[in-house]
Design a protein around this ligand. Structure first.
Ligand code: ADP
Length: 500
């Protein structure tokens, strides 16, 4: 119905739906900035702007050995991170499986398991308990106590943080539902488990993965102002003036002034969708998701969703009337299955088209042939005849439209933070005190989408330039944040110790 009466070519019509014009980028960024302000001034906004109580950013000279515990997905990871003080670190780690029973049972059982895993790690490789390691600092309650090993917890679930070492679980996500945890302080749950078991470890910091990315990039490069994730989801954390976090009110931290890292939770930007360019395929995705009308921004950008948007478009092309526009109107069980079009396939299609990696040859026919090969392999068509070279070119265009839009919207988030922190002006608007400072602007990124999709960063930069101009854009240094949930957490533990 969308295409049948249209005199324009269906791909041109699709392009119209997905293209974000420069004026739209500006409008999105402007609204982003106003939601940043709302989130900084009151609690409960969808873009939560969570104060993290991390008030410093490392410069690479830090030293010490710390434990980090990372919970947030299929695996639980315990690591020992040694910061060498020369912008490098080394890491030893062990992964432990988290069973369904643990995810859905009693919270105390889950946290006992976390404590046991740390104990097992220390028993097998007790280096972290050795006081001989250079720069290692212990926490100790009084002189007669043997010192406890400091540990930072990277906990990738929504948490309202109330101090560097406390935060209340708002809700479980990602298949976790352990009972009697929501509303509780997760650091206390973990510390109680250590104490019950007489394990001599003290949880000194609670870290979000975006904050970890920011800290680890700062350590590696000498400075960083934004950490951003483009993986399963998207989110960012940046360094804000405490005086702008007005919702802190009379909290002692507010009186102390200075800077603080804020976890934006920008995936929840513009849930009203007043400014996001929603298409019928986005609406379908949202309606069929487990959280309709939430995480609106994230649903245009991140790895969990891009494949699904592309799948929705591909299906509508297969079903187009009066004449199918793809695969002679035939689908496959994989294409018919929700979420079965992995965003990794978008990367593969683009690699095949551009001739990157294991591909070679550069005529348009080579390109189409390679993409066709990817489609045949990934979607398991009943017969090779169902996919023509033209189909391959069409699917590649669909994929590019979906990812280009994501990269352009990602740029809005980055540009908004540049403007918010006075480093840029948006179309002449904003304070921009630091615009001409000549400062290099560090941005640490992590996540499979930004790491593996060909030229995702370049696409993002092109739009950042549109928004804030080439002078500022040229000073933005975007780089992968190495092991934010390990090294970043260790740095957070160090910051916690310096503050105590
Ligand atoms: P997480 O964000 O959960 O820590 P990742 O950063 O690996 O983990 O992101 C996983 C997401 O990235 C999944 O949604 C997956 O579809 C997507 N993804 C995995 N590999 C690629 C790739 N090569 N290109 C683009 N997206 C990918």
């Amino acid at each position: 119905a969308i295409f049948s009466d249209s005199p324009t070519h269906p791909l041109d019509a699709l392009k119209d739906h997905f293209t974000l014009h420069d004026h739209q980028l500006h409008a999105i960024t402007k609204t982003f900035l106003s939601e940043v302000s709302d989130g900084l001034s009151k609690y409960g906004h969808p873009m939560a702007m969570i104060p993290t109580y991390v008030k410093g950013v490392p410069n690479g000279s830090e030293t010490g050995t710390f434990l980090a515990l990372d919970l947030g997905g299929t695996n639980l990871r315990v690591c020992e991170v040694t910061l060498h003080g020369d912008k490098t670190f080394s890491i030893r780690q062990q992964k432990y499986k988290v069973s369904e029973a643990l995810k859905t049972g009693e919270a105390t059982t889950l946290f006992d398991y976390l404590a046991d895993s740390v104990d097992a790690f220390l028993t097998v490789s007790p280096k972290a308990e050795s006081p001989k390691i250079d720069g290692f600092r212990h926490t100790s309650f009084n002189d007669s106590d043997p010192p406890a090993v400091p540990l930072a917890l990277t906990f990738s679930f929504p948490v309202e943080q109330t101090a560097l070492d406390s935060g209340f679980l708002l809700t479980w996500t990602k298949g976790f539902s352990a009972k009697n945890a929501v509303g509780k302080d997760v650091v206390k749950l973990l510390q109680d488990a250590f104490d019950r078991k007489h394990i001599h470890v003290k949880c000194v910091a609670l870290v979000n993965d975006t904050v970890g990315a920011l800290l680890s990039r700062a350590y590696n490069t000498g400075g960083c102002m934004l950490g951003a994730i483009f993986g399963t989801g998207t989110n960012g954390a940046y360094v804000e003036s405490v005086s702008n976090i007005t919702k802190l009110g009379k909290h002692p931290t507010a009186a102390a002034g200075g800077m603080m890292i804020v976890n934006t939770e920008w995936g929840g930007f513009n849930n009203s969708r007043s400014v996001l360019p929603t298409t019928p395929w986005d609406n379908k995705l949202d309606r069929e998701s487990i959280n309709p009308r939430f995480q609106a921004f994230e649903k245009f950008i991140s790895g969990m969703y891009l494949g699904e948007i592309a799948r929705n478009v591909v299906l509508s092309f297969i079903d187009a009337a009066p004449k199918p526009l793809l695969f002679t109107g035939r689908s496959t069980p994989i294409l018919n299955k929700q979420w079965a079009f992995d965003t990794a396939v978008l990367s593969e299609v683009e690699e095949a088209w551009t001739g990157l990696g294991r591909f070679s040859g550069s005529s348009e026919k080579d390109q189409r042939q390679r993409v066709r090969g990817v489609l045949l392999q990934r979607f398991e068509f009943e017969s090779d005849d169902l996919v023509s070279l033209e189909d391959a070119a069409t699917v590649r265009q669909i994929c590019t439209l979906v990812v280009d839009r994501a990269a352009r919207m990602s740029a809005c988030a980055v540009a908004a933070i540049l403007v918010q922190t006075g480093r840029a002006r948006l179309g002449g608007e904003g304070k921009g005190e630091l615009v001409d400072s000549g400062e290099r602007i560090g941005v640490g990124v992590d996540g499979s989408l930004v790491e593996f999709y060909p030229n995702f960063q370049k696409k993002m930069r092109d739009s950042i330039r549109v928004l804030v101009g080439s002078e500022v854009e040229s000073r933005v240094e975007i780089g992968m944040a190495k092991d934010g949930s390990g090294a970043g957490a260790a740095l957070c533990a160090l910051i916690a110790q310096k503050m105590s």
